[in-house]
Design a protein around this ligand. Structure first.
Ligand code: MOS
Length: 725
């Protein structure tokens, strides 16, 4: 199904199932511990052996000698694979560093070997006996120091602008110029990267945890140098991803190599320390924002520059992305530069670019509002735009940004805020309110699904779409139920298997809209097949309450599948709709904090998010997404930071004990409001995404609240108490 003109009325608009708050259909499986995650698939293939991955003990240099002779003779050991005997391996399209290192080492804890044994303990014990001699080279681990050598990478869009920023900024009656930093952050999801690999001849099956099945298949095949058709990935349940499982990682590759060598299925989970230094992380940024405005608060110049580092061949953290689109202003300049660092690979983490970008832009906006003496909400409203400010002929498909700001201000009680910082006290606590805009782009991605109708009236949907804890199962079931006119209980959803049609996968908050649009396309085809079978005109037939009807004629849906299942498959594809219309999601975050006057301890007291993100397919799971994202935003504001050992070049706090994230006691009260919205440009579902919108701006709202409480501006995240004293 080609979708390239605005959506008109369709079965989804009935809203009988779609748009209703619906419990997650996978909820009971997860809360009872019976949803099988990758490492727990004891049943899928017999005779599983255990693999233990060895990570490099240096960040940069080479292995001069790797002695695995003791490991090979250790009890229970079936195989040891390292670069010495792994054969030639390729590099995945989505990987920057090799997943099996050696003799060259590109980053700390890069995998250098896997030991396969009968038991986990045997594999681990044998792994300790591997002796590795290295020749260590000094690497670059400090972004500030590497920044002068940063370059504009090819194949990305490092620079953009309009008008004449330099002149406009120089002449602006009110100017603001500040530099901020955001640290390296870890996805720190609960479920580690884990895989079970089994070979059958030259065919490989991997039960794994991966957000993007088709990317994973492609990169595993490419790395192993085998045809894509010979690789099957299965990933029906994922215990959190946040972008860390977008790509093929060492667990899957090393399990495959171990299984090939041991001639046995092999299971591998990356140890928690390897999660931090072996996989990817959100890279640190240095960001400079310059704003010029008239005295009455109209922005005349907007400049935003960002620097991040990555391994050679890596990419930009696109932290200026939102600044290109969020506020009006004739003269604009954005610039991103990439420095070379020898830290582990930087890559996508929940709202890559926009999350750290908004943490900075939205504090700068708060600082400028203060300078102008204008309320921060009004300052943003004053600078709203309904067109892409860099390409004014290009409108937004839908932009209810001002409505989010106004609704949020009213519901949060913003009028009670005292503008002068440090004015409100509650005993020994200084109390303040802050707000920030939320913005995240909406991406259109091709997505396919298959829908089957059987003689019992059960509709089965199959797609390689994944559910990373987001609620994909449920919104897909809701879509199929609405389309086919059957109760939710009559829909079976099968996900996360590369033998199913290729979906958009889970990433970039594109999963909800595009995956359900793919199901819409498949169900549209299924409706046509059913209508034809039952002698209805597909364009007028209605599918209601298990019946197909038109005029006075009604036939049970099951009649269509009496003589056998009816199967339909289709793909949603988009033309250049997202070129003609800028598609984005909008919101506003509000936050109240208390800061202890003696200790500097920060407590978040309450938070509100207002979101405008197209049709909300399931308000219950969407709310959970936003609440989770708000929580992650508090983590980014107050605690998350990978600490770098500048001597050895690795992240020191490589476990869940020392990499701090918020716990329940840190988050007392959250509220989420969705504006009533449909976006006919986004897909036939008229939906967008909220999973990443929810984090964008949160950190700034917290930082702005801290400023309002204390008068301190901390421009170096996270805002730990030592920076407030
Ligand atoms: Mo997301 S960072 O694209 O999972």
């Amino acid at each position: 199904m080609k979708f390239d003109t605005p959506a008109t009325t369709n079965p989804i608009d009935q809203g009988k199932v779609v748009g209703r708050a619906t419990d997650r259909i996978d909820g009971p499986l997860k809360t009872t511990g019976t949803a099988p995650y990758a490492y727990e698939r004891h049943d899928v293939v017999p005779n599983q052996a255990y693999g233990y991955v060895v990570g490099a003990g240096i960040a940069k240099g080479r292995i001069t000698h790797l002695d695995d002779s003791a490991a090979r003779k250790a009890p229970g050991v079936l195989a040891v694979v390292s670069a010495k005997n792994a054969g030639t391996l390729g590099l995945g399209r989505f990987n920057t560093a090799k997943l099996l290192g050696g003799p060259e080492i590109q980053h700390y804890h890069q995998a250098i070997a896997i030991v396969v044994a009968e038991t986990f303990e045997q594999a681990r014990a044998a792994a300790q006996t591997i002796r590795v001699d290295y020749e260590r080279t000094q690497g670059a681990y400090d972004l500030e120091k590497a920044k002068p050598g940063a370059i504009a990478p090819k194949g990305e869009k490092p620079d953009s602008g309009a008008g004449d920023f330099d002149t406009a900024f120089a002449n602006a009656p009110v100017q603001f110029d500040a530099t901020y930093t955001t640290p390296d952050e870890s996805h720190a999801m609960m479920e580690p990267h884990a895989s079970i690999a089994a070979w059958e001849g030259d065919k490989l099956t991997v039960w794994t945890a991966n957000q993007m099945i088709n990317w994973g298949v492609g990169d595993l095949a490419k790395t192993l140098g085998i045809p894509k058709e010979n690789v099957r990935l299965v990933s029906p349940y994922i215990g959190g991803g946040f972008g860390g499982k977008l790509f093929l990682r060492a667990d899957a590759l090393m399990a495959a190599l171990g299984a090939r060598a041991a001639k046995r299925p092999v299971k591998v989970a990356l140890q928690r320390p390897l999660m931090i230094n072996n996989t990817t992380h959100r890279p640190a940024t240095i960001q400079r924002v310059r704003l010029g405005a008239t005295k009455d608060g109209k922005l005349t110049a907007i400049g935003h520059e960002s620097w991040n580092g990555d391994l050679p061949g890596g990419g930009l953290e696109v932290a200026v992305q939102q600044t290109r689109l969020l506020y009006a202003g004739e003269n604009r300049m954005t610039r991103m530069r990439l420095a070379t660092l020898d830290l582990p690979e930087g890559n996508a983490m929940r709202a890559p670019g926009e999350a750290p970008g908004m943490m900075v832009l939205e504090v700068a906006m708060d600082e400028m509002a203060e300078k102008l003496g204008i309320d921060p909400v009004e300052f943003r409203i004053l600078n709203d735009t309904q067109v892409d400010p860099e390409n004014p002929s290009r409108p937004f498909s839908k932009r209810q940004f001002v409505q989010c700001l106004r609704t949020g201000a009213e519901r949060f009680g913003w009028n009670k805020r005292v503008a002068r910082p440090g004015s409100v006290r509650d005993g020994r606590w200084l109390v303040g309110m802050g707000m920030a805009s939320a913005f995240r782009n909406n991406l259109l991605m091709k997505s396919a699904a298959r829908a089957r109708l059987d003689g019992r009236g059960i509709v089965t949907v199959e797609t390689d779409m994944t559910d990373i804890g987001t609620g994909s199962y449920t919104i897909i079931a809701q879509t199929a139920a609405e389309m086919m006119g059957v109760p939710l209980d009559n829909v079976v959803v099968k996900l996360g298997d590369s033998s199913f049609p290729v979906s958009c996968g889970s990433g970039g908050q594109w999963g909800g809209n595009n995956a359900t649009a793919g199901v819409f396309a498949a169900c549209t085809k299924l409706r046509e097949a059913v209508a034809q079978k039952l002698g209805f005109d597909a364009s007028t037939a209605e599918f209601v309450d298990g019946r197909v009807q038109s005029g006075a004629r009604r036939v049970a849906l099951t009649d269509a599948a009496k003589d056998g299942e009816i199967v339909a498959e289709d793909t949603i594809e988009y033309g250049d709709l997202d070129k003609k219309y800028q598609q984005s999601t909008f919101g506003a975050h509000f936050c109240e904090v208390a800061v202890h006057a003696d200790t500097g301890e920060v407590r978040v007291r309450r938070m509100l998010a207002v979101c405008a993100a197209g049709r909300i397919l399931n308000p219950k799971s969407a709310r959970s997404q936003v609440i989770g994202a708000m929580t992650m935003g508090v983590g980014a504001a107050l605690m998350e930071e990978l600490a770098i050992d500048q001597r050895m070049g690795f992240f020191v706090n490589h476990d869940l004990a020392s990499y701090e994230v918020p716990v329940h006691a840190d988050i007392p009260h959250q509220e989420v409001i969705f504006l009533d919205e449909t976006d006919p440009m986004s897909s036939p579902m008229k939906a967008k995404g909220v999973g990443e919108l929810g984090i964008c701006g949160v950190g700034a709202a917290v930082a702005n609240a801290i400023h309002n409480a204390t008068g301190f501006r901390v421009r170096k995240y996270p805002i730990t108490l030592d920076k407030l004293l």
